[in-house]
Design a protein around this ligand. Structure first.
Ligand SMILES: [Mn+2]
Length: 471
């Protein structure tokens, strides 16, 4: 591999895994279906191909006992797991006669050991904020380099994976992720700049960029189409070109500065605190080899496009886009993203018309089968910024997962987290109290519970949130 390496702590392990893969006659690559898992698969697929190692690819939403049994039955003697595998080591170990596992993951390992196990947690690197599945896969890809191959161009996909895995803290990637960013910049595939932290800089019409700015809630702008257009119209900027709305990346540096100043002034006037104002600026990661004005150019938009393919079970489409298919796969991915956006807006509309139920400390909504369980969390997060929905209470939304299971998604605000809210604890405790389980992050978390337990769950969750906010 090309030296220096980005994460020296993982070098020995990455080299051992790479050597084992090279010794295999062929490999089954199995990855998780989400933005991090898709980029993990793309990175390792590219590296295996460059190393001349034959492989097949498969995806799983959940690596459970049944999925592992199916994998074992395929008869491959080497199976490479990316973005999962560590948490299922105990089950995988049962098949040591069937195949040799090689794992590149960043999740908490189960209580079992295996020889080829690449995971930042094993060397004291945080797997939640410092290295993603795609980052672990990138480390492996670097170790798979031979002769004159250079896999550093894959750093851009590793960054898309990390961003998609929500690893950015305070608006930027840190720790081992940072080392990967630096390699990408050196390899000429990435650029990083502080910029407006709004989603859609490459593709969204300017008013939509502001209107959908739910990272920082600005009264009269966020979720307010008229307010967003009004603010922009008052500036000395041409908002349209050839009859089409311009996008953020169409603006000159000076024009961007004008918008930022106006936005900050407006936010301050409407009572947005200085901490939130700071959140308006973040480090943005640009994939410089991709065309300007496309989703692929911005790490955050790219990861959203991948998530859209994953949520509708089209991992094949997401992988093809990562691997450079810019025709049918990209078209298909964009169609999926459009469908995804329509489903979200239908979901929001449903919440708006039916209304949420307010308890002492939480508010909730049961979508039943009317919102897909894969997007109910996004809808809940967006509803939290909408009119008629209180921003001082976390929102809990239910959607049917199967006949027996219900998905729970909870979303809070940073202001609530500052007051003590930790939804991961809420989901975990209320979930296990009703016979399910849950977890996640302080501001966004989820659970799966037996259908019919919604009321009992809300009762528990309401009490726990009350304790957190009082404490
Ligand atoms: Mn991951």
């Amino acid at each position: 591999m090309t030296t220096p390496t980005p994460i020296p702590e993982l070098d020995d392990c990455a080299l051992a895994c790479a050597t084992r893969l090279r010794d295999a006659s062929e490999v089954l690559l199995v990855s998780h279906i989400d933005a991090d898992g898709l980029t993990s698969a793309a990175i390792t697929a590219r590296a295996l191909e460059r190393a001349g190692i034959p492989f097949e690819t498969a995806f799983e939403n959940q690596l459970d006992a049944e999925a592992i049994a199916t994998i074992a039955a395929t008869g491959h003697d080497t199976v490479l797991f990316t973005d999962f595998g560590s948490g299922q080591l105990d089950i995988i170990a049962e098949y040591d006669d069937a195949f040799t596992p090689v794992i590149a993951d960043h999740h908490q390992p189960a209580n079992a050991e295996t020889e080829y196990h690449l995971n930042p947690l094993l060397v004291g690197i945080d797997g939640a904020s410092e290295l993603s599945g795609a980052g672990a896969s990138y480390t492996l890809a670097r170790a798979l380099e031979t002769g004159d191959t250079d896999n550093r161009d894959l750093a851009s996909l590793a960054v898309v994976g990390a961003v998609g895995d929500m690893q950015a803290t305070d608006g930027e990637l840190t720790g081992a992720n940072r080392a990967i960013v630096e390699e990408g910049v050196e390899a000429g595939v990435l650029d990083e700049q502080p910029d407006l932290a709004l989603y859609g800089r490459q593709t969204r019409p300017l008013p939509k960029l502001l209107e959908y700015s739910n990272a920082v809630y600005i009264p009269g702008i966020t979720n307010d189409q008229r307010g967003s257009v009004e603010l922009l119209s008052g500036l000395a900027i041409d908002l349209k070109r050839n009859g089409e709305w311009r996008t953020w990346v169409d603006l000159s540096g000076e024009e961007r500065q004008t918008v930022v100043s106006a936005l900050v002034e407006c936010a301050l006037k409407r009572g947005v605190g200085p901490d939130s104002i700071e959140d308006l600026v973040a480090t943005t990661y640009t994939l410089v080899a991709e065309p300007i004005g496309t989703e692929l150019r911005d790490a955050s938009e790219f990861s959203t496009l991948l998530n859209a393919t994953a949520r509708y079970d089209r991992a094949d489409v997401g992988l093809a886009v990562c691997l450079g298919n810019r025709e049918s796969a990209l078209d298909r991915a964009r169609t999926l993203l459009e469908t995804h956006r329509r489903n979200i807006s239908d979901g929001l509309q449903l919440m708006k018309t039916e209304g949420v139920t307010t308890e002492n400390h939480v508010q909730w909504f049961d979508a039943g089968t009317q919102i897909r369980e894969t997007i109910v969390g996004i809808v809940a997060g967006m509803a939290l910024g909408a009119e008629n929905v209180d921003r001082d209470r976390p929102i809990v939304a239910f959607a049917e997962k199967s006949e027996t299971e219900t998905k729970v998604s909870a979303r809070g605000s940073h202001a609530l987290v500052d007051r003590g809210l930790d939804l991961s604890v809420v989901m975990q405790r209320a979930g296990s109290a009703v016979g399910g389980d849950g977890g996640g992050h302080d501001v966004a978390a989820g659970a799966t519970i037996p259908t019919g337990q919604q009321a009992a769950f809300i009762d528990r969750a309401d009490r726990i949130v009350g304790e957190q906010l009082d404490g």
